[in-house]
Ligand binder design. Structure first.
Ligand code: CMX
Length: 133
């Protein structure tokens, strides 16, 4: 695990939340992206070496929609950058963590990603991510 690459925050309205975080961080959002496979619209901010990813659901059956319904707005996941996602997935699986995808998926921001179930990580959804070559 190299560093916290980003923190994902679930929001109900991306345009409104974007304005709030632009004010809060005194910076502009550098990228917005829709990830159909994850059923989210995202907006990214740079804060030093770490990013903030705002997540709005784009489909009521998606994971962020379910999260908002059950728990409301707030921190949705913490993403760690890894050097070799394949090796790290193998290591974590052998340590007993539950991988939510068996092979890396293509996520936002040009990344290969894998999520770990929050039930084995003290209630925090963890994402591994690696820059796509
Ligand atoms: N953080 C912490 N806990 C969470 C959670 C989250 N983000 N999402 C759900 N949970 C909790 C639920 O509240 C539930 O808790 P209780 O058992 O206490 O009620 C528990 O996890 C299990 O919930 P579940 O109903 O069995 O499972 P869900 O259908 O809610 O799915 C999860 C949960 C994590 C498996 C699913 O959301 C998932 O696969 N997530 C990975 C993909 C994803 O989140 N994509 C969106 C982001 C994409 C991006 O960053 O680009």
């Amino acid at each position: 695990m190299i560093r916290v690459e980003h923190i994902g925050i679930a929001v109900r309205n991306l345009a409104e939340a974007k304005r709030v975080y632009e004010k809060l961080l005194a910076t502009t959002c550098y990228k917005t992206e829709s990830v159909t496979s994850e059923m989210v619209n995202t907006a990214f901010f740079k804060t030093g070496a770490t990013k903030i990813e705002l997540l709005e659901s784009s489909d009521e059956t998606g994971p962020v929609s379910k999260f908002l319904e059950k728990r409301g707005e707030g921190i949705h996941h913490i993403a760690f950058e890894v050097e070799d996602i394949y090796a790290e997935m193998q290591r974590l699986k052998s340590e007993g963590f539950v991988l939510l995808n068996e092979s890396p998926k293509v996520g936002a921001d040009n990344k290969l990603i894998c999520f770990l179930h929050p039930k084995n990580t003290n209630g925090v959804l963890i994402e591994l991510c690696m820059e796509r070559k």
